[in-house]
Design a binder for this molecule. Sequence first.
Ligand code: KIV
Length: 262
Amino acid sequence: MNVPKIVAMKSKEKISMITAYDYTSARIADEAGVDIILVGDSLGMVMQGKNSTIPVTIDDMIYHTKMVKQGVKNALIVVDMPFMSYQADYVEAVKNAGRIVKETGCDAVKLEGGREFAVTINAIISAGIPVMGHLGLTPQSINIFGSYKARGKDKQEAKKILEDAKYITEAGVFSIVLESVSKNLAKDITKAVSVPTIGIGAGVNTDGQVLVFHDMLGLFDDFKPKFVKRYAHLKKEAIEAVKLYTKEVKEGAFPTDEHSYD
Ligand code: KIV
């Protein structure tokens, strides 16, 4: 997989994207045939147990992406630029994006925000690094918004998100994540831009979908946004398995000869 192939999928074939944060989850996603693996800064919540993505560092992203890279043969690997790795100035942003790509071997970076980041996006792309955009609910701005509610509900905000999508497309992003926006706004944006849109809580009319690995497998249940579909209930299964193991250890039923050396 590569960036031009992803761009060429627009309006032809839906794009599937899922997060992964380590070797094992990356192998599962890659063997299942997803097009894009996102090393999302959502790892702050699902891997580190924090209550937002704000504390995640570049070193965290690099550490997790190195593990993901080991497990991927086909999928495109996109890595989130964490909070304050690109916001202060575009020179620092280029250096940080370069560090992420150089030290991990990922294919592209993703950053949150609209027209205010057009210069930054353009500078990173000029350095040879593809950029994915992220609009709508942008979790790194949680302290401005105050909640993880859907965005673009009023006409003015919806218009800004649509305009932002056009600005960052002009700046060169190869695709745009649309998080928690109405399906009609997502449809309008998908029509208005030449690059693929990838929705999470944005309805069916985007060019692709993304979900968080631990959410869709039912491994993470601290909270469940409306847009999450649970394709499995692995936490429940894991608890049952560990309970059975503990019971068997206490009763002396494990290990049997099958798991012992002569
Ligand atoms: O960090 C993340 O997992 C993301 C997805 C929700 C798109 O940005």
